[in-house]
Design a protein around this ligand. Structure first.
Ligand SMILES: C[S@@+](CC[C@H](N)C(=O)[O-])C[C@H]1O[C@@H](n2cnc3c(N)ncnc32)[C@H](O)[C@@H]1O
Length: 342
């Protein structure tokens, strides 16, 4: 059987819906603030669909860091210094990661990827952050939603952490899948560089090389130029440390991602004034980093703990976000009913 496009390969699961339904919501103003930094409280699927009316085609980078199908309730850990040196530890529930089944998880992911895609600009891209337990399913889900020709990169975030006592290879990476909205349009992409390999420096030095191409179109050798090399174009394996126990950026919010990871992603896949969307905002890492890099940012989260952490983090950066909340349309009292009730 000849397969011309892998998007014809589909993932099926019991009860699969394309797309599933969710209550319709309206986005109500909650608090005025900086229009370059928006925060929406509510379920992200309903919110993304509500945003389609006002923001379709406007997002340059969407970063989605969903719960990882851990089967846990994640808690925020707070540490407070009491008196001389004594540290008091308390916890608060942050978000739930229990699922009826893997199909239920994949359905939730698919719906959100599809709703986010509607908001992307033609030059925009979506980055889905998952782990190796689900990344193979997630990639096919994205192939289905975008078409496999829109697949751009699989970034491996490699980190170091305390070794666990498992008789297996240590799990030390996450997977970030990048899909572009339109493969015929040049995506927003600012080339970053990493240091040259020691072997390259030893052989070729640090000057920029120019490949010499022979008659058959093959590279015969390189020749050194006078210009200093900016480094090697950034590859798709990123070694970035996890947040240290006493790092300034640590908020205690579970699954908080390092600012260095988001910095690299946002700097590469968006430009100043572009809109960066994060429907699973968590502790607000993408909002903080995006604002610092002069992007417009829009975060969504349903967890009151997450929203509180985001507000505190933004306040420390001198930013008051423009806040809205998602209200189920059928719970909205019609103006005449509201007038009668008062
Ligand atoms: C893995 S955390 C994101 C962490 C974030 N990237 C950071 O650096 O802090 C996932 C977040 O998604 C939120 N979330 C999960 N399901 C959601 C939903 N249906 N609607 C809105 N937010 C949701 C959770 O409350 C949680 O804060």
């Amino acid at each position: 059987m000849a397969i011309s496009d892998a998007s014809h390969i589909r993932l099926s699961w019991p009860g699969k819906q394309e797309p599933s339904t969710t209550p319709e919501v309206r986005l109500q103003p909650a608090q005025p603030g900086d229009a370059r930094c928006e925060l929406i409280a509510g379920d992200n699927l309903a919110t993304l669909r509500a945003l389609a009316g006002e923001r379709a085609g406007q997002v340059t980078l969407a970063y989605l860091d969903p719960p990882f199908f851990t089967g846990k309730t994640h808690v925020r850990v707070l540490r407070r210094r009491e008196g001389r040196g004594k540290i008091l530890r308390s916890t608060a529930p942050a978000f739930d990661d229990h699922w009826e089944s893997l199909p239920a998880y994949l359905q939730a992911l698919r719906d959100r990827v599809a709703a986010t895609r509607e908001l992307l600009a033609e030059h925009g891209s979506l980055v889905l952050h998952v782990d190796p337990k689900t990344s193979h399913y997630a990639k096919i889900v994205c192939d289905e939603v975008f078409g496999s020709r829109c697949f751009a990169s699989e970034i491996i975030w490699r980190y170091r952490r305390w070794p666990s006592k498992t008789k297996n290879f240590q799990r030390v990476h996450d997977v970030l899948l990048r899909f572009v909205k339109n493969p015929r349009v040049e995506p927003r992409f600012h080339q970053l560089y990493e240091p040259l390999a020691a072997s390259t420096v030893a052989t070729w030095g640090t000057q920029r090389q120019r490949a010499v191409v022979g008659a058959a179109g093959t590279r015969t050798h390189s020749s050194r130029t006078a210009a200093e090399s900016p480094g090697a174009p950034l590859g798709d394996v990123w070694e970035i440390g996890i947040i240290g126990p006493v790092a300034r950026e640590r908020t205690g919010y579970p699954t908080q991602k390092p600012e260095a990871l988001l910095e690299r992603l946002i700097a590469t896949c968006s430009g100043p004034d572009d809109l960066v969307l994060d429907p699973y905002a968590g502790s607000g890492t993408s909002l903080i980093v995006g604002a610092r890099l002069q992007r417009r940012v829009l975060g969504i989260d349903s967890s009151p703990e997450a929203l509180q952490v985001i507000r505190q983090r933004l306040a420390r950066a001198g930013i008051t976000p423009l806040e809205r909340h998602a209200v189920e349309a059928e719970h909205e009292a019609a103006p005449e009913r509201r007038a009668q009730a008062s």
